[in-house]
Design a protein around this ligand. Structure first.
Ligand SMILES: [Zn+2]
Length: 307
């Protein structure tokens, strides 16, 4: 009996990993599939698993082999340096959806999102782009005081309908990691909306074509996911896509090499912490923001680079 329970827990962890991302979708075109992506409630749905993983991470770093350090890259600071600020670190907040849906951790209620942004504005934080962060790290670019980055994974339509007006009110811009097969799908951003966000200073960056677990694909399939999505965004939006977010935070040395071969410059993970780009541009940590976190936890994460 005990073995069965452990086996079930292991299965859940292997399937969902340590990611804050939603379940995979082959296509967003039907309501059924979108319901699968962000279900309303229930015991077997990803937000509850996600929440458990999030809580468990407070005690123990995930031991999932698929997110181990690639061997040909330098090691980041060890976890033993808790509460010692890293040099030149910047919090990169990451969200998925901004809308009200009780019990779904991936949906940040708009009032709470606005309270977070109002707090940051009042405290003098200034949003920067990933490009500014990269340039400051490698090209001597200057950053404003109290810099932070806002990112949204997957490309939910409420990033435009709900988050965009709130961010504009406080003078902030954000980055969307867009899954290109979701564009124009129900519940996701349209090409027209993406263009308007770009016009208003937002970045649209890579998150693959179909949101797979990249470490489970062979190299040619990984390259296809990376290249096609990058080319499509660049062609349709008239910009250069330099940055990437790993679906499910899932990567290894092969995936990193494929990103380099595709022409990307930097990739963010779902690992906890402020971004320390100079240590390793291919496993940049982020600050996960989820619906039940509350303001105390939000401000704690904004004050602790090793939260
Ligand atoms: Zn994702």
């Amino acid at each position: 009996m005990e073995k069965k329970i452990i086996g079930a827990l292991l299965f859940v962890f292997l399937v969902f990993g340590s990611s804050g991302c939603a379940r995979p979708l082959s296509s967003p075109t039907s309501q059924t599939q979108i319901t699968t992506l962000i279900p309303a409630s229930g015991p077997d749905q990803p937000e509850s698993v996600n929440d458990q993983v999030e809580l468990s991470n407070d005690q123990v770093k995930p031991s999932n082999d698929t997110v181990k350090l690639p061997r040909d890259l330098p090691n980041p600071p060890s976890d033993g340096q808790a509460n010692v600020p890293k040099a030149q670190t910047v919090p990169i907040l990451y969200y998925h959806s901004v809308m009200q849906e009780t019990g779904n951790e991936l949906r940040m209620p708009p009032e709470q999102f606005e309270a977070q942004m109002a707090y940051l504005h009042d405290k003098g934080y200034q949003s920067i782009s990933l490009d500014q962060l990269y340039q400051a790290t490698y090209a001597g670019g200057a950053l404003p005081e109290n810099p932070f980055v806002i990112t949204f994974d997957d490309g939910y339509v409420d990033n435009y309908t709900n988050a965009f007006p709130i961010l504009s009110k406080y003078g902030f811009t954000a980055t969307v990691f867009m899954v290109t097969s979701y564009i124009n799908g129900e519940g996701f951003l349209s090409l027209t909306q993406l263009k308007e966000l770009v016009t208003n200073g937002w970045e649209i960056e890579g998150h693959t074509t179909s949101h797979p677990h990249l470490t489970k694909l062979d190299v040619s399939a990984v390259l296809g996911e990376l290249q096609l999505s990058k080319e499509l965004l660049e062609k349709e939006l008239g910009l250069v896509v330099d940055f990437f977010a790993y679906p499910y935070g899932d990567f290894n040395a092969t995936v990193v090499q494929a990103l380099k071969d595709t022409g990307y410059l930097m990739a963010v993970t779902t690992e906890r912490g402020w971004a320390d780009v100079s240590t390793d541009a291919w496993q940049v940590e982020r600050v996960y923001c989820y619906a039940s976190m509350g303001m105390d936890e939000f401000t704690r994460r904004m004050h602790n680079p090793n939260y």
